[in-house]
Design a protein around this ligand. Sequence first.
Ligand SMILES: CSC[C@H]1O[C@H](OP(=O)(O)O)[C@H](O)[C@@H]1O
Ligand SMILES: Nc1ncnc2[nH]cnc12
Length: 290
Amino acid sequence: MAETMIGVIGGSGVYDLDTLEDRKWVTVETPWGDASDQLLTGTLDGVRMAFLPRHGRGHRLSPSTVPYRANIDALKRLGVTDVISVSACGSFREEMAPGDFVIVDQFIDRTFAREKSFFGSGCVAHVSLGHPTCPRLGAHALAAAIDAGITVHDGGTYLAMEGPQFSTLAESRMYRESWGADVIGMTNMPEAKLAREAELCYASVAMVTDYDCWHEDHGAVEVSDIVKVLHGNAEKARALVSRLPAMLGAVRAPCPHGCDRALEHAIITAPAARDPEVLAKLAAVAGRVL
Ligand SMILES: CSC[C@H]1O[C@H](OP(=O)(O)O)[C@H](O)[C@@H]1O
Ligand SMILES: Nc1ncnc2[nH]cnc12
């Protein structure tokens, strides 16, 4: 049995986790460059935790410049086993209203200007992504949200767009009516893909801030609309996250869905053909199988 360590990636409006005990901001060096910020380490209910503000404290980084690989590598390097991502999002569903939370279980990746894999020339790997989030961790997040009195939707498809501009009306309608997306944001991809490559359980809690631009009773979304809802959402996110350590417990059974063994059959490059320099960079995320 391994020791649980929960990693929390805080999105827009979530730049600290003040409920942590023994708090310490630490710098973690990675072969993929600097993470978005220092990571806040600590414990809660006897479980080790690490918190990382995705856009950095002060929201310095745009969705396209968030160093997704460094962030996931840094979490893995600290010993994180389970990652909870909390993110602001627009809603394509009347019933998913601003202030509601959605436990995301599918993604459509429309991002195009980001590094999306730890692997490549010198060590090629293809992980499965049919079920891109961890059902065990997602179920805990759902239970924590219900316990915290949050209106929460169990399951939803998150469309990840490049941004930073919001969508056009034609795009918004297409994502909602033809593609079946439920919520939209700019950051969960490639984050979820990289978490899978790093054999981390990953669950995404999307916090609805707006109806994007499709809803006839609401104007096209503006950042000022989002900020109005962000503060309340951030408080709820802290309540949700603070309930997770007691639910997960300090002792961790292997993931029944295999997230922590995702690389078992994923690397296709023959051992003799692998580039030692590439392997050195992969030490934290893939060392278990290299
Ligand atoms: C501040 S509005 C747009 C911004 O908010 C979301 O960020 P995050 O997913 O980190 O909460 C969205 O994806 C955009 O980056
Ligand atoms: N409507 C929207 N589109 C993309 N990202 C968002 N983040 C919050 N609301 C959003």
